[in-house]
Write a protein that binds this ligand. Sequence first.
Ligand code: DON
Length: 607
Amino acid sequence: MITNRSVAPLAVILVAGSTVLTPPAWADPPPTPQPVAPAASPTTGRPGGGQTGKAPVAEGYGGAVSTVDPDASRAALKVLRRGGNAVDAAVAAAAVLGVTEPYSAGLAGGGFLLYYDARRGKVHTIDGRETAPKAMTATSLEGVPFEEAVTSGLSAGVPGSVAQWELALRRFGTLSLRQALQPAVEVADRGFTVDQTFHDQTAANAARFADFTSTAKLFLPGGAPPRVGSTFRNPELAETYRTLGRKGPGWLYGGRLGEEVVATVKRPPVTPGSARNVRPGLMELPDLRAYRALERPPTKVVYKGMDVYGMAPPSSGGSTVGEALNILEALPEVGPHEYLEASRLAFADRGRYVGDPSGVPGVPLAELLSDGFAKERACLVTERAMAHPAPAGEPDGAYGPCPADSPAAPETGTAAPEGPETTHLVVADRRGNVVAYNITIESTGGNGIVVPGRGFLLNNELTDFTFGPAPGDPNLPGPGKRPRSSMAPTIVLADGEPLLALGSPGGSTIITTVLQILVNRWEFGMSLPEALAAPRATQRNTAQTQAEQGFIDRHGAELTGRGHSLVLNPEIGAATAVEFLGRGRLQAVAEPSRRGGGSALVVSPAR
Ligand code: DON
């Protein structure tokens, strides 16, 4: 796998503190008291938690939500209770995450949204991925040290989230953008309680935050990270959301806010005396004007009778999860070894073939997801771990018998330690509509640069491009191009009805986390809470397989005996999911402990 990452931190966690929301201004009826969702322990199945909104499992009826953050989950639940649908609630939750998880999400980021429309029985996707400015070429990042690109104007992509929210609400929602932003305005004004992880993440970023006057002012009040237990308010972000609601997306995409974004990218507000080499960006106002969120057909594979829908390029999520599932289906048995090998092969193909289809004509998506190709790839899975690196296959439609001894491709990069940044949320509403939504500003803290006076960080999504030189690489930068993503929001239907929706943060480990949860659920007989909680491993066509300690303890001896080399990754992916249990019963599931534990809620515990 080609990567430019070399020293990204492995384990930084963020959990926002909790606050109680007052009813949003758009809510006419007085707030109904919030019944506590009955939460069940993933191991015992017994009810637990819930008062704080931090229960990892909730079962009930009328709608469900799971996010990493209680404020965001409660905002979504309130929208559902007041008659909003899954899209309304997902946008509201995403905007709240921009307040309480400002280092993972925000209005200047991007994401991918999957939506199951129950009335039409159809899965839609909305691509809100950031784009490269028009001035960016295949060589713009060549020779730029990765760490320098991380904190720069150069890595800031044209934000996609606001256009995506607007399009999602217009196409599928019932609220206006102003209404959907209102819960986030409330949280930003009132503030949330700083917990250890918010403090720690700020501290981990303190050096670069201090290098920008605007960022230091917001996130290092008094020159230091906010104290644990203090209340963190962001009135400037509240005002930004309020104005955005009033003026609409045009305020960002060509208007005054857009001008300020461009000015910040081109002349980052570097603190006088800072020694940091901050490269300016290439973004101009016409880049913002030209931005469009796009509806795309979802990817689809059929796995043992279930329809698995995912995100198409420029994300590699749907194609890579889908190809790996197809390979597994072609194998006589599925265990941890097969899961790792299928993932290894799918990543080899991801690296070779997947990029933004507008910049790489001929991403062979249909062939990558074909059963014929999967069968050919499955031939390479033997009793022992295959030689590293697995070469890419030939998704050319002509699939013969298993090739003898495929030559190994040259090593092109090292295993990328992926951070836990980014976030995923799921929402289901009472009509059976479902949203799976991945959002990100890429690194923890994005590019580290707050737009002065506006309360939000810029993304550094363009670091997801291959920096090059890498002739033929489908993920080289280009004008208007979207960097390849690994985000993999996933919706599964069985017999035309929703069965599961899930997703995760974690860079390219997102793909393996989603795959592993599906394998845990379907092949290893785990309940959904068990499938999320189970220790994870991630094989992305790298020499070593990163794994959590629990996975090493459980499977290390057997896998090492079969030629795998496992290396510790303390935490892989803080996933969220929902399962349809039948007869209207929903099970919302969040992490019990990763990233401090998530927040699963249902509208009503009883029918
Ligand atoms: O789009 C992607 O795949 C990444 N930019 C997501 C960022 C993420 O998960 C953080 N991890 N490195």
